[in-house]
Ligand binder design. Structure first.
Ligand code: ASP
Length: 653
């Protein structure tokens, strides 16, 4: 099992591809060409082994090898299976008197102990080959063995098929990392990052620059973690991204910057977020939106694992307005249809009261999605729970309509739809036999956003019934463009906040609206979406200090003093520039098909932001807080106290 995935990994990433070769050959120095030819890494240089366990084959027969690894299991004190990151190999424990000490070591060492064995690669006796094991044709006839470290009792066995709770896996992460899946995920991540560096630095002249992680508060955007300093009342903040630094690098003439950047956001528990996460952060001078998009398409294509279907570029593009209208979200999963259709015109003269009401209001619409074979796969209770959750969560009515289904659950609206309206709906929604239409009415954005959520919930229900809607082997990239520059604040819709961040430039044709109807201004912001997840976002930036000051102070009502350094820099010959950041954790999660981003991060935090292994965050004695002029004010609410003192074993992940 191990060797399969490792060879897949190397094959996936090491083989130079026909596609990328011309680029390499045309633009690189001789040394780079040589290094790109030698793509199979040397796995046993500098260390006390000659080979890895998983690499041995019949071609190694007769070779004297030294292996180091963990004891996976032992059979009848005759065979021992040794494991390293590269796979498993069978070792034959010598039975003759003269090798009694070797036998004693190998028979007494507990499972998961680390041993070094030396011996000869021999073929297994006929009939004893194991075709399921990549090393199954051979075994090692051991001559010497050394116990490098004995293993005490483990909290769980290192067997992939054993289910462990995530809390336990996180508490003993160093053991969990031994699993083949974690090994695969982290090694693939490393190799993809390597290819990205190669593409950016070697093929396109980007400069890898590290930027500080101790920084100051940035207005707008995500909540930041605060770090005390020794100056009373003064704090650093951990940057939510290197945004300001990368723009300052452009002013500094480092006109193609990139960084594998650690970012921090104190956003509380969200299933697909981590308080610290990694971005491939990029900025370029003298570039426009299409330039950034082509760069990223090339980057993804170049670093894409070869064992997956090749990535086709250019990626399709959709405006924010189209995404909301068709999918009810700014990150549409375009692997499947079930798009939202406006059916308002069908019901202009309807008798149905709630449709009439909705259409009489400004922005009032009637919208629907068609669930393929919904009458076959959705149960009555599914539809009931969809309707209930729409009513509870969105205060919206959702009605099922059966137009061509043999089963009809007496939908209340069904009887009120006239024949002509039914025919129009069949045409507009392309209704087939056994399909169910889910219909809602109300304010345009609300109706779309509800149907967007129902689209995904229904996809889950259909898939639970065995329909393949979202093929895991399919990777559908999509650019979403033409976002609004500002959105109404959730807590106070009369005020505006940046849809991306306050440094994003307005769409050139909408600049005049900034001073009259800022809510109508489109931006030069673009997001990269993969299979319904946002995996990147960026923008062309404002490089004019006056415009930046106006947006910060007048529209966003931010304290410009906090950004005076940036405003000053923009006034000192700032080139036009733009950039993007790709969320590496989420990208890796989608590529590996991992259930959570924690599965592609070596030492992730739990759902509640705790390190369950070391129990961070931890308390600090009051005297150690003194230099920072800080005192803890303990919560009086016992519930809050309990959650702030979470036990490390608490299954909080
Ligand atoms: N700094 C932005 C972010 O983290 C990305 C960008 O605009 O380049 O989302």
């Amino acid at each position: 099992m191990f060797s399969c995935w490792l060879s897949r990994l190397y094959w996936a990433l090491s083989k130079p591809t026909g596609r990328t070769k011309p680029l390499i050959w045309s633009s690189l120095s001789r040394s780079l060409v040589l290094s790109s030819q030698r793509r199979i890494p040397e796995l046993s240089s500098f260390v006390a082994r000659t080979n890895t366990c998983g690499e041995l084959r019949s071609s190694h027969l007769g070779q004297e090898v030294t292996l180091c690894g963990w004891i996976q299991y032992r059979r009848q004190n005759i065979f021992l299976v040794l494991r390293d990151f590269n796979g498993l190999v069978q070792v034959v424990i010598p039975q003759d008197e003269s090798a009694a000490s070797v036998k004693k070591i190998l028979c007494e060492a507990p499972v998961e102990s680390v041993v070094q064995v030396s011996g000869i690669v021999i073929s297994r006796p006929p009939g004893q080959e194991n075709p399921k094991m990549p090393t199954g044709e051979i075994e090692i006839k051991v001559k010497t063995a050394k116990l490098l470290n004995s293993c005490k009792k483990l909290p769980f066995e290192i067997k992939d098929f054993l289910k462990k709770t995530e809390a336990l896996r996180l508490q003993y992460r160093y053991l969990d990392l031994r699993s083949s899946q974690m090994q695969y995920n982290l090694r693939l991540r490393s190799q993809m990052v390597m290819k990205m560096r190669e593409y950016l630095c070697n093929l396109h002249g980007f400069v890898d620059v590290e930027t500080p992680t101790l920084f100051k508060r940035t207005p707008g955007g995500a909540k930041e973690f605060v770090i005390p300093s020794r100056e009373p009342g003064k704090f650093y903040s951990l940057p939510q991204s290197p945004q300001q630094f990368k723009q300052l690098l452009m002013v500094g003439g480092l006109d193609r910057y990139f960084q594998v950047a650690r970012c921090y956001r104190d956003e509380g528990s969200r299933p697909d977020r981590q308080p610290e996460f990694t971005q491939i952060d990029i900025e370029m001078s003298f570039v426009d939106q299409t330039g950034i998009q082509s760069l990223i398409e090339g980057l993804v294509q170049y670093s894409w694992p070869n064992d997956k279907d090749p990535v086709v570029v250019p990626f399709p593009s959709m405006t924010f307005a189209e995404a909301l209208a068709g999918y009810g979200t700014d990150k549409p999963d375009t692997r499947f249809g079930m798009k939202i259709v406006d059916i308002s015109d069908v019901f202009r003269n309807t008798e149905v009261r709630f449709l009439q009401d909705a259409l009489s209001k400004p922005q009032g619409t009637v919208k629907a999605i068609c669930i393929p074979e919904g009458a076959k796969y959705l149960k009555r209770k599914d539809i009931e729970s969809i309707r209930k959750s729409a009513a509870d969560r969105f205060k919206q009515e959702v009605l099922p309509v059966f137009l061509k289904a043999s089963r009809n659950w007496n939908s209340p609206v069904g009887k009120l739809i006239m024949e002509e309206q039914g025919l129009q709906l069949i045409r507009l929604l392309e209704v087939q036999e056994e399909d169910v239409v889910l219909l809602t009415a109300g304010e345009r954005e609300k109706a779309c956003s509800l149907l967007g959520k129902l689209r995904l919930e229904c996809a889950d229900l259909l898939e639970a019934g065995g329909v393949v809607l979202r093929d895991p082997a399919l990777f559908c990239f999509l650019w979403v463009v033409d976002f609004p520059l500002f959105l109404p604040k959730e807590e106070n819709p009369k005020e505006l906040e940046s849809a991306h961040h306050p440094f994003t430039a307005p769409h050139p044709s909408d600049v005049h609206l900034l001073y009259t109807e800022p809510q109508k201004v489109r931006s030069q912001h673009y997001d990269l979406v993969l299979n319904g997840s946002e995996i990147g976002g960026g923008s062309i930036r404002i490089h004019d200090a006056e415009l930046q000051r106006y947006i910060l102070a007048t529209i966003l009502k931010e304290d410009v003093k906090l950004l005076s350094h940036l405003l000053q820099a923009l006034d000192c010959g700032a080139p036009p520039h733009g950039g993007i950041a790709l969320g590496l954790d989420r990208l890796m999660c989608l590529i590996t098909g991992a259930p959570s981003i924690r599965d592609v991060i070596a030492f992730p935090k739990s759902f509640r932001g705790h390190d369950l292994m070391s129990n961070a965050p931890d308390s600090i004695p009051p005297e150690e807080l003194k230099p920072y002029h800080i005192q803890v004010s303990w919560p009086t609410d016992p519930e809050a106290e309990k959650s702030s003192l979470n036990h490390p074993c608490h299954p909080e992940s």
